[in-house]
Design a protein around this ligand. Structure first.
Ligand SMILES: [Zn+2]
Length: 389
């Protein structure tokens, strides 16, 4: 039985900091109210994102931040929608290691345990705020024959609950010392059975696929191109726009050229702006922020945002708050359209097929007025007062 998604969720514009609630009557006084749209006032409201589409509720190893504490972090920081990722590859259950970089030689392998842990948390606590989207992260892309039985198992235990796939690793160089097995060109055609399932269910899939490294900046580009060419009808999200610590100073113009070409060729591709490395290594450099902001303004509907926070117990709220702030700095440089689509969540809602609508950005100089914009209920639930798109 497919469980309808938790409960009706209606968030007012207050969730993103708007304050106006007055219903403005028509000056004709004919009793005809006009529902002036609420809007988001960028000059006074937070620039931090309302959506965290790349959030690992489970760590690589060691204890996790408890679920209720993590959801409290989201509420406190103003994040109202989040993806609930496990982690693509984890340390052995009997290892004391918490972070793979601290224990080279200890193998990391894709496992199902974090997907079960997340599903259990969601089943047990059923939060309505934040609105969480459960994602399956167990897939071993180098052993694709193991994926369909894993999906069947999750379907049996948690029917209808998984609505996203990934983050899964195609190639992640940081994991090489931990004997991770990258996917190869030969593997990609063998993904067809599970990519078909994702396609039919409308599940977006987030791939971590390093673009390259400082010696060979586009060494692995061919893998992403092959995936996009072979699965043009899948909703594919490219984690971190392919960037990584191993690719710390690529020419931004060259990077943006590649992204624009792929976005033009593949209408179902979305880029993911998560991970503070993007800010630290690229956006914060002189002149670079504006290049990326202009790129996003040219393609406002093609990016989603996130922190890439990993909920290991040795972190606390201050770390989450900081990662959200750092990964949101690019938002300040965006035009209003891209700001609404990315920071206020419209692209995320569209990818998931949610009926939720992000509030419009107030025209500069205007005061926010009118009815609260609402995030109406998902399909099958009574709709809230929807703002028009
Ligand atoms: Zn991640």
């Amino acid at each position: 039985m497919r469980k309808s998604h938790w409960t009706s969720r209606r968030f007012t514009a207050a969730v993103v900091g708007a304050t106006a609630t007055a219903v403005v009557l028509s000056p004709a006084g004919a009793g005809e109210a006009f529902a002036a749209r609420a809007c988001f006032e960028r000059s006074v409201e937070p620039y931090t994102s309302v959506v965290d589409s790349h959030l690992h509720f489970r760590p690589f190893g060691g204890p996790a931040i408890p679920f209720e504490e993590m959801t409290d972090y989201l509420r406190k920081s103003g994040v109202r929608y989040a993806n609930m990722f496990g982690i693509g590859q984890v340390l052995p259950a009997d290892s004391d290691c918490v972070y793979y970089l601290d224990c080279p030689g200890t193998p990391v392998r894709p496992r199902m345990r974090n997907d079960f842990a997340n599903a259990e948390s969601l089943r047990e606590f059923r939060p309505t705020d934040p609105d969480l989207t459960l994602s399956m992260t167990f897939m071993d892309l180098h052993h694709p024959e193991t994926v369909p039985p894993g999906i069947e198992l999750l379907d049996r235990e948690y029917p209808g609950m998984f609505r996203w796939a990934g983050e899964v690793n195609v190639v992640k160089q940081a994991l090489f010392p931990n004997l991770a097995e990258p996917a190869t060109s030969e593997d990609i055609p063998n993904w067809a059975p599970f990519m078909k399932v994702f396609r039919e269910r409308g599940l977006p899939v987030t791939f971590h696929s390093d673009l390259g490294n400082d010696v060979e900046p586009t060494k692995y580009l061919h893998l992403m191109e092959e995936i996009l060419a072979q699965y043009p009808d899948n909703k594919i999200v490219w984690a971190h726009m392919g960037l990584s610590k191993e690719l710390s100073h690529m020419d931004p113009d060259e990077h943006i050229r590649i992204l624009e070409r792929l976005l033009d060729q593949h209408p179902n591709l979305t880029v993911d702006l998560s991970w503070r490395v993007l800010e630290d290594q690229y956006f914060s450099l002189p002149g670079v922020r504006q290049k990326y902001a202009s790129f996003l303004d040219r393609h406002p509907t093609r990016a989603i945002t996130g922190t890439d926070f990993v909920a290991a117990r040795n972190k606390d709220y201050a770390v989450y708050e900081q990662e959200l702030e750092v990964t949101s700095r690019i938002n300040r440089a965006l035009g209003d359209e891209a700001f609404r689509d990315i920071a206020l969540g419209q692209n995320y809602f569209r990818l998931l097929g949610l009926k939720a609508k992000a509030p419009k950005v107030c025209p500069s100089g205007a005061k926010p007025v009118g009815k609260d914009a609402t995030y109406p209920s998902p399909p099958g639930q009574p709709a809230g007062v929807a703002d028009e798109d």
